[in-house]
Ligand binder design. Structure first.
Ligand code: AHG
Ligand code: MN
Ligand code: MN
Ligand code: MN
Length: 289
């Protein structure tokens, strides 16, 4: 291992530890921040006070880290220059519309060795902290996915080398049902391939993808008839989830190619997302051609 890559390892570890240490403060800040701010985020979506709270808290914690050069998040228009080194892209609170109905949500991170916006090939690490009944971390690095329980911000190993189960169980499609292409209905009616699968969709990509990691299946936020780029953001959601799923032996796609093969023009560009067991995602790609 060269000095540069071991230095990178140290920086990635410091970023992940910092995010883990912030998790209790993020969870503690949720109850009092369940109302919308004025205005919208760069994607034109309403922001909860919890969204901006998590974003400000994480910037404050990450800014002083040695080796972190840039900070970008779904909640702010511009990439922030915080020094020299890696670029950290965050979805500070993914699934924040789940806050009012008290459903799961999480913090999604991706670390790149190039300035943002940048392509998936420049990913160094990605993962998420899931605020569920317990707080867990799923971390992907160097082709391996590991899961941890977080207690008071300290991570304790739960599962090493997570891989997708072979037999898919969960079918999790987001978006407006009346804006799906007909293919999804046809896909859902396929008997041999979808035998035994059940629909589970929770409104937080992290929560839905975590189910796919545990039970197998497919998660999609498809292109919509009136939104060909779908809803999810390439830099903050598509790349990290694509990386995690591919490290776990699954397949990711934007409908044609791996999510990791894209390069956004802008840091808030959107991308259709299809991830899960290889055969299922491959079959969806075939339908979409
Ligand atoms: P965020 O809360 O960070 O804006 O992300 C929400 C995303 C993703 O988590 C989820 O899969 C999808 O939006 C849910 O969209 P719908 O509300 O349209 O189902
Ligand atoms: Mn949002
Ligand atoms: Mn999100
Ligand atoms: Mn978010």
């Amino acid at each position: 291992m060269t000095d540069a890559s071991s230095r990178e390892d140290d920086v990635v570890d410091a970023v992940v530890e910092t995010l883990c240490a912030a998790a209790p403060s993020i969870r503690a800040g949720l109850p009092g921040r369940r109302v919308y701010e004025e205005g919208t985020n760069p994607s034109g979506e309403r922001q909860l006070e919890a969204d901006t709270y998590a974003d400000e808290l994480l910037l404050k914690r990450l800014r002083p880290l040695d080796g972190v050069g840039e900070y970008a998040s779904e909640e702010r228009s511009d990439v922030i220059d915080v020094g020299e080194g890696v670029s950290v892209a965050l979805d500070p609170l993914d699934g924040s519309t789940n806050l009012k109905p008290n459903n799961v949500m999480g913090t999604l991170y991706s670390v790149y060795d190039e300035p943002l916006p940048t392509g998936g090939e420049n990913l160094l690490a990605a993962g998420y902290i899931l605020y569920g009944p317990v707080t867990t971390l799923v971390a992907a690095r160097d082709g391996v996915v590991s899961e941890y329980i977080l207690e008071s911000g300290i991570k304790r190993p739960l599962r090493e080398e997570l891989t997708l189960p072979d037999d898919p169980a969960i079918f999790s499609f987001g978006g407006r049902v009346n804006r799906w292409f007909d293919e999804f209905e046809a896909f859902a009616r396929e008997t041999e391939r979808t035998e035994g699968m059940k629909l589970r969709y929770g409104g937080s990509m992290i929560g839905d993808v975590n189910q796919i990691l545990h039970y197998g299946g497919v998660f999609a936020y498809p292109a919509q008839t009136d939104a060909p780029g779908g809803k999810l953001r390439q830099q903050f959601e598509g790349f990290p989830i694509g990386y995690i799923i591919e490290c776990a032996g699954g397949r990711s796609s934007d409908g044609e190619k791996s999510l990791l093969s894209g390069t956004p023009e802008g840091v808030h560009d959107r991308v259709p997302v299809y991830i899960g067991n290889d055969s299922l995602v491959e079959s969806l790609e075939a339908r979409l051609k």
